[in-house]
Design a protein around this ligand. Structure first.
Ligand code: PBG
Length: 339
């Protein structure tokens, strides 16, 4: 055969590494950590093998094991000791994330990012206080209207005020970066102003800019006890059918001063990661969510997939699509093997 072009020449050992376009490093990864104020012992999360909710007293130890793998950043989620309609424990100075942040920043070198949302703190499980018409007589959002209108709506502007208090309390506790995940309109602008007003202009914002209303969050909602008690999140999280809308969301967050743009979930939305990478200069983050993690584990448990291989391939693909950083429950496992 007289073939001029033989791409296989560059796939031979010795040269493959030289021509490889994408690489994965521990410093690209952020490990999610669940801190639980309701427990004194570590509680394994069944649908997320290898992950646990840790009590506040174990938060530093948990982060130390992550740092040993080479991963340098963590994302903190909190499970509060009590919940109410407004989610007031989300901005308490002695709240679970605030306390964990203080200890982790005092005792480790981890870069601490805090998730800023209300769904783990409200008793109805939505990402902010409910609109007045949905609050019901007891103020808990379980009024009769909700039964007829399960796609309930969060009060956007009242939520912004709560987010302001949350970010200021996180920054005061020492958070290195804040990550608002509630998909409220104007949330980046509101928290940028609140941080700047309180002297935290150095704290960057990683916005969950394009966060979809995804069924892939199921295991997380068990882990963080943040499932809505009725209805769903489709009036604030994005419709999976939409791609142009994601660019619009990212553009708005860019105008409002977001420093890092996050896309979530990751693998089913790589077209969005790639489009945002092409259109914007900001660092792009992708959240490889709980369902993406759980499904690979479940298949591996059945012996149908090689877990190490598919985990590595998944993260590599997310980077190839254009992500600079990846939030992933595989962070420790993958980083350990990169080492
Ligand atoms: C809170 C939040 C969620 C996730 C991250 N932050 C849950 C949700 O929106 O329902 C999901 C993470 C995952 O599935 O790994 N707003």
């Amino acid at each position: 055969m007289d073939l001029t072009h033989r791409p296989r020449r560059l796939r031979q050992d010795g040269v493959r590494g030289l021509v490889s376009e994408t690489s994965l490093e521990a410093s690209d990864l952020i490990a999610p950590v669940f801190v639980d104020a309701t427990t004194e012992e570590r509680v394994p999360i069944e649908s997320m093998p290898g992950h646990e909710r840790v009590p506040i007293d174990e938060a530093v130890a948990r982060v130390d094991t992550i740092l040993e793998t080479g991963v340098e950043a963590v994302m903190l989620f909190g499970i509060p000791e009590s919940k109410d309609p407004e989610g007031t424990r989300a901005w308490a100075d002695d709240g679970v994330v605030q306390e964990a942040t203080r200890r982790i920043t005092a005792e480790t070198d981890a870069y601490v990012i805090t998730d800023v949302c209300l769904c783990e703190y409200t008793d109805h499980g939505h990402c902010g206080p409910l609109e007045a018409r949905l609050r019901g007589e007891n103020g808990h959002g379980h009024g009769p209207i909700c039964d007829h209108d399960p796609t309930t709506t969060v009060d956007n502007d009242a939520t912004l005020e709560a987010l302001d208090r949350i970010v200021v309390s996180h920054a005061a506790a020492g958070a290195d970066m804040v990550a608002p995940s509630g998909m409220m309109d104007g949330m980046v602008d509101a928290i940028r102003q609140a941080l700047d007003r309180e002297g935290y202009e150095h704290v960057p914002i990683m916005s969950y800019a394009a966060k979809y209303e995804s069924a892939f969050y199921g295991p997380f909602r068990d882990a963080a006890d943040g499932a809505p008690s009725f209805g769903n999140r489709r009036h604030y999280q994005m419709d999976p059918a939409n791609a142009r809308e994601a660019l619009r969301e990212v553009r708005l967050d860019a105008q409002q001063g977001a420093d890092v743009m996050m896309i979530k979930p990751a693998l089913p939305y790589l077209d969005i990661v790639s489009a945002v990478r092409r259109e914007f200069d900001h660092p792009v983050a992708a959240y490889n969510v709980s369902g993406e993690y759980a499904m690979l584990h479940a298949a591996a448990e059945k012996g149908w997939l090689d877990l190490e291989a598919v985990a590595h391939e998944s993260l590599l693909s997310i980077k190839r699509a254009g992500a600079d950083l990846i939030l992933t429950y595989f962070a420790e496992d993958v980083a350990r093997r990169l080492d």
